[in-house]
Design a protein around this ligand. Structure first.
Ligand SMILES: *Cc1c(COP(=O)(O)O)cnc(C)c1O
Length: 358
């Protein structure tokens, strides 16, 4: 006799981001900006005062106050998590019972389905249109017909970078009153269609935010769920008590309290994103290798090309990491140096591929 894993986890493989060391990493949508030395010093001088023999604040109150202040919401509507990944896992496991249906979209962030499946909820996939936009009426019709209990998607979307308008998201929330609508706004700092201001009006709406992208703190693992009283109380009741460690709470609090700094970083990231976008459009115009470049509302650019695999591999051999997804590539904005290295390499690679084709 030997121990057997249950069916839902038997086939799972650990999440495997691109392995190996790369000189330029543009594959994970992180901010390329690090805290400047004087800021880092200030943050750490606060952090060393933390009594590490004590548990962290289970409610992360000061941290939530700083977060709420930056985003203009009320602290009592915020729940901090160990990255928004923890919150997604928590929502999937706590807000649904076996037999409930949770709708995810395709293409979208793959972790929604992963956490749904691990927690034993039935996940279904509502496909996007061939141009990667969402058929809103179709989605509403589908969710109503199946009586789905949950719908989760990212807006702006990772990986497509396309953004639904606020009024479209609200239309979904209104049309599906018995369905928990989770809007993952991981990239909304780069766009302007947030539904954060609406959470008090709808008790089936929850918004997820992360400090891993525009805020530039992927390393400390910090995300937030923002929702009205009903959902927030439930989420706080099911979370593990000390889910956000003391150091993360202090660092997050200090950084989120500095509006001027964060707005400056976000503006710079948007400028870098715009340059990345126009340089990819230029490749699109000059070579017949890219089929479609999607509008970007995030800090990355997504495009479709039949040469995705060779482009990805050729960049890898030059120590440049981007995200390869079938017929698509996703590249996130990097520093000036990183962008120079990237486009120098891409020009070479595109010339080679054009030569082979011609
Ligand atoms: C990067 C990303 C997150 C962030 O996850 P964390 O666990 O907070 O780092 C969440 N959702 C989407 C769609 C993302 O792309």
């Amino acid at each position: 006799m030997s121990y057997e894993l249950n069916q839902k986890i038997r086939e799972l493989k650990p999440y495997a981001p691109l392995e190996g060391e790369y000189a330029v990493r543009l594959d994970a949508n992180e901010s390329y900006l690090t805290l400047p030395p004087e800021k880092l010093g200030a943050v750490f001088s606060k952090a060393v005062q933390e009594p590490l023999n004590r548990y962290p604040d289970p409610r992360a109150e000061k941290l939530c106050r700083a977060f709420a202040g930056y985003y203009g919401v009320r602290p009592e509507h915020c729940t901090a998590g160990n990255g928004s990944d923890e919150l997604i896992a928590l929502i999937a496991s706590a807000f649904f019972v076996p037999g409930d249906e949770l709708i995810t979209l395709e293409q979208d962030f793959s972790m929604y389905r992963f956490y749904g499946e691990v927690s034993g909820v039935t996940t279904s996939i509502f496909p996007k249109r061939p141009d990667l936009t969402v058929n809103l009426e179709g989605l509403i019709e589908y969710a109503s017909r199946t009586g789905a209990r949950g719908l989760i998607f990212s807006n702006p979307c990772n990986p497509t970078s396309i953004c639904l308008e606020k009024k479209q998201v609200i239309k979904l929330v209104q049309a599906l009153p018995n369905c928990l609508v989770v809007v993952d706004e991981a990239y909304m700092d780069f766009a302007d269609e947030s539904v954060l201001s609406e959470i008090e009006r709808y008790d089936n709406l929850m918004v997820l935010k992360t400090c891993s992208k525009a805020i530039g703190l992927a390393g400390i693992r910090l995300g937030f769920a923002v929702a009205g009283e009903l959902l927030t109380r439930a989420l706080q009741s099911v979370k593990s008590p000390y889910n956000v460690n003391s150091l993360t709470q202090v660092i997050g609090r200090e950084v989120l309290s500095d509006r001027a700094f964060l707005e400056e970083c976000t503006e710079e990231l948007i400028r870098a994103r715009d340059q990345l976008y126009s340089r990819i459009l230029s490749l699109y115009a000059r070579y017949q290798l890219i089929d479609e470049v999607y509008q970007t509302a995030s800090n990355f650019v997504y495009f479709r090309t039949r040469y995705a695999k060779p482009i990805f591999e050729a960049l890898k051999t030059r120590s440049i990491a981007i995200r390869y997804m079938g017929d698509y590539l996703r590249i996130c904005a990097g520093s000036k140096d990183e962008m120079e290295r990237l486009f120098e390499a891409l020009e070479e690679i595109f010339q080679e591929l054009s030569g082979m084709k011609g």
